[in-house]
Design a protein. Sequence first.
Length: 268
Amino acid sequence: MGDILIGTSGFSYDDWRGFFYPQDIKKGEMLAYYATKFRAVEVNSSYYTIPPPMTFERMAEKTPDGFRFAVKTNKDITHSPDADLSVFQQFSTSVQPLVDAGKLGCVLAQYPWSFRRNETNANRLRQLRDELGHLPLVVEFRHYTWVAEDVVALLRDLGIGYCCVDEPRLRGLMPPVAGVTSDVGYVRFHGRNAEKWFEHEEAWQRYDYLYSRDELEEWVPKVRRLASKASETYLFFNNHYQGKAAQNARMFADMLDVSLPGGGADPT
């Protein structure tokens, strides 16, 4: 069975003070503290702005050996049908320090709900592989039309991993299908706040959700199947409001009997 790495989608949240971080922690100290609790993190800030390579170099320095980063591609790559090829090169250069440090777990390309299954968009996936060919890639779909056998075949042919998702069971969204199409297994837990998923005043309201152990139980056998087929399986909780993601990540680690830094899993 391959390695299972559990963490959260993002770590630099002011509202985690008092819930996950000490109340008086400084922003610059958050990653080092986080790395004493988890072995992997998903970086989402790169979706909005591609950071300079020095940023990832410093992040690598703040984490111990064996720590892994999953980095989300910039929105110009996934949300623009005619992205300038220079964006791919800029992103690749940005994450190179993580590659050099042996700490890049994979790159996550999250496509929008409007990105539906058709040949034009399949070609965009081929372009993703062509332009970022040296990086381990995982793709997250938001629209249910991508749940199809030919999509599985395409991803396997391209060597791109499939991001499984747990999110509200709403019409048009991706169902909780678990599968592996490359050496990398990947699951994102977005929470199940159906009421606020499409209608919210603040973005954080969508992710204000705490999973129960019963809700996560259905994923235990699924994750074990993923890990039996992948070299590394990443599990990230994106229900980030007030540290709920960290709480659920510790809970799920306990359920899977996956040890965490600093004394193992916290079953709270």
